[in-house]
Design a protein around this ligand. Structure first.
Ligand SMILES: NC(=O)c1ccc[n+]([C@@H]2O[C@H](COP(=O)([O-])OP(=O)(O)OC[C@H]3O[C@@H](n4cnc5c(N)ncnc54)[C@H](OP(=O)(O)O)[C@@H]3O)[C@@H](O)[C@H]2O)c1
Length: 246
């Protein structure tokens, strides 16, 4: 495979929601801890999230944009350094003004991960100048839109990423599912129904109004009962079984 093996790893309510009040409630905190533990145990080479998840999980300080104005910068991939673990951000418009080249987090499963920004060629030169100064790596995934297969190819070829955790949110998961780029799904199921129409599901379509081909079947590989009525489910993509199932 000339791309990493992609594992979509998420915490979910009984009704398939990945956002909502249940994630903030202290009585369900143990399931989020379980999620982080599994994240560490996977021993992947990196994790990937959409811009909105990165923004909410790792807040960034305001930046003096003017300081970085200057000459035009070539749209060439920029590799600052190699690392044992990477934080890959889908940020096509260049909105994540990280304050350094690595994640700073209390969880050792995230702390120190070297940041790779995935950009479209549309981003301002100011943003590229900023990333270079901060020692943040970046790659281009397309002119205006991201081609996720090209992105994955580059992550393997340029950084040696073989196993990648895809960790949301719903839009990002949906766009990988749409391109059939998910090899495994790992779900920590919290024994509660979120019941909120505004809460996001596990997968959401990226092109609003478009319909994801529903015939994407997965084999159930493992079911593990967690303490306090939780579940850990592992599914792997069944690429041969689609047509025979429906
Ligand atoms: N339960 C869990 O395990 C879990 C895990 C992670 C996150 N979450 C939650 O999920 C929520 C955020 O999810 P979300 O669905 O709103 O947003 P998201 O998936 O985190 O980010 C979506 C954004 O990422 C960029 N993006 C994603 N896929 C792209 C593609 N194929 N092409 C181009 N750009 C792409 C776009 O950025 P631009 O808008 O800048 O173009 C898009 O708007 C948060 O509340 C977070 O807490 C839950």
């Amino acid at each position: 495979m000339d791309r990493p093996y992609v594992i979509c790893h998420m915490v979910m309510s009984l009704d398939g929601k990945v956002t909502g009040d249940f994630l903030e409630r202290s009585e369900y905190g143990k399931f989020v801890e379980e999620y982080f533990k599994i994240h560490r145990e996977y021993g992947a080479d990196g994790f990937l999230c959409g811009r909105i998840t990165m923004e909410s999980g790792f807040p960034q300080p305001p930046v003096q944009y003017k300081h970085y104005e200057g000459l035009p910068i070539d749209r060439k991939d920029h590799i600052t350094r190699k690392s044992a673990f990477y934080a890959v951000a889908l940020d096509p418009k260049g909105r994540l003004w990280w304050n350094s080249g690595a994640i700073s987090d209390s969880d050792e499963g995230y702390d120190g991960a070297h940041i790779i920004e995935v950009l479209s060629e549309d981003v301002p030169d100011t943003f590229l100048a900023y990333l270079q100064e901060k020692g943040i790596s970046y790659i281009f995934g397309g002119k205006n839109e991201l081609d996720l297969e090209i992105v994955l190819n580059k992550l393997k070829k340029l950084f040696g990423i073989e196993r990648l955790l895809l960790e949301g949110g719903a839009i990002t998961n949906g766009s990988f599912l749409e391109e059939d780029l998910i090899d495994e799904i790992s779900l920590v199921v919290v024994p509660v129904a979120e019941c909120n129409d505004c809460a996001a599901p596990l997968f959401k379509t990226w092109n609003y109004g478009s319909i994801i081909d529903p015939v994407k079947s997965f084999n159930l590989n493992e079911v593990k009962r967690l303490n306090d009525n939780g579940l850990w489910l592992i599914y792997t993509r069944n690429r041969t079984g689609d047509s025979s199932l429906f």
